[in-house]
Ligand binder design. Sequence first.
Ligand SMILES: [Zn+2]
Length: 99
Amino acid sequence: MKKIEKGEIMNRAQRRAAQKSNKKGEKSNNEVDNVMGMFDLLPDQCSACLAPYDKKDKQMVTTWNVVVREEEKIVRLYCPECWSTAQRIIQDVRDTDAE
Ligand SMILES: [Zn+2]
């Protein structure tokens, strides 16, 4: 009986060790669930100009900008053009404020 218990403890420890080593390349299940939950909310178009977004397009994935408001569960997506326009507007507002 005790030997079996020890074996179970070993297995649990091994499992934990295996999960830890997985963390290097992958996120834990909870984190993945969170991220996946937010990805469900990811729009398939630019939130400003409605240009279609293809999440399988690696260039789009790296150039488009995602704004996540976790508390409100809002995910907004901006194409590079709208993003730079938005940045410029924000900059303009800041410049105007400074004057
Ligand atoms: Zn856009």
